[in-house]
Design a protein around this ligand. Structure first.
Ligand SMILES: [Zn+2]
Ligand SMILES: [Zn+2]
Length: 242
């Protein structure tokens, strides 16, 4: 009884010192997700019907792939994202990226489990791999946000996380300004494995944003060349496409 009281007291103190904030707009809100963001984010949640490849929403149930995946032959097998990359999701990811907050990683990981537990169980990945940052970028930013996300997800799914298996061997210029062909070129040979992967058959890559899929493909390529048979991905957000 006494012990419970102390724990509750600690929780109260913790709440006073670090009040809950909304993971989208950053405002202090006792329940975390604030009502305004709850409403907007609901609409941005990626729902069925989804593309069988990238997981992006498609217009019709009969539609197997989105128009992007009809055009591009991806190296990864399949993936899913939580939300469409629009405000306040984009704002949330920006905070996550540049403010090193485990808080966001925990929130996203919970959402992944809530929305995709069955899908992930079906994929049966043996390991979770964050998309690595180049050492220089990692130093500047203090940490790799994809790694935080992978760790939180690993804890909840009871899966091992291997943060340094895939490494970035070339410093790539920012992807934002490039079109698909240039992105692909930019990423070719950007990744390598730091160790052999004997026995690894199914891997799950984790990143914050899926834009064209070229980053996931580049990581999937080194894994498949090393004998991994299935490569899946999860990202916090995904571009809407058409
Ligand atoms: Zn909010
Ligand atoms: Zn697709």
């Amino acid at each position: 009884m006494k012990k419970i009281k102390i724990t509750q007291g600690m929780k109260q103190v913790k709440k006073l010192l670090w009040p809950e904030t909304c993971p989208f707009c950053g405002k202090v809100y006792a329940e975390g997700l604030c009502p305004a963001c709850r409403q907007t984010v609901e609409k941005l949640l990626v729902r069925e019907p989804r593309c069988m490849k990238c997981g992006k929403p498609v217009r019709y149930k009969e539609q197997e792939f989105c128009s992007d995946c009809t055009r591009v032959r991806h190296i990864y097998d399949r993936g899913a994202a939580l939300w469409i990359h629009k405000n306040p999701v984009s704002k949330s990811i920006y905070q996550f990226k540049y403010h090193n907050q485990r808080f966001y990683a925990e929130y996203y990981a919970e959402q992944f489990v809530w929305q995709y537990k069955e899908l992930i169980t079906g994929w049966a990945p043996q390991v979770i791999l964050p998309v690595p940052l180049h050492a220089r970028k990692r130093r500047n930013r203090g940490c790799n946000q994809a790694e935080l996300l992978a760790e939180e997800l690993g804890k909840r799914l009871k899966l091992p996380v291997c943060g340094n298996l895939v490494k970035r061997v070339r410093f790539t210029s920012p992807q934002k300004a490039l079109d698909h062909t240039k992105r692909k070129k930019n990423l070719e040979q950007a990744f390598a494995l730091s160790a052999p992967v004997r026995g690894l058959r199914r891997a799950l890559i984790v990143d914050d944003i899926y834009t064209t899929g070229s980053t996931i493909d580049a990581v999937a390529k080194v894994l498949k060349q090393a004998g991994v048979q299935k490569v899946y991905f999860l990202t916090v957000s995904i571009g809407q496409g058409d």
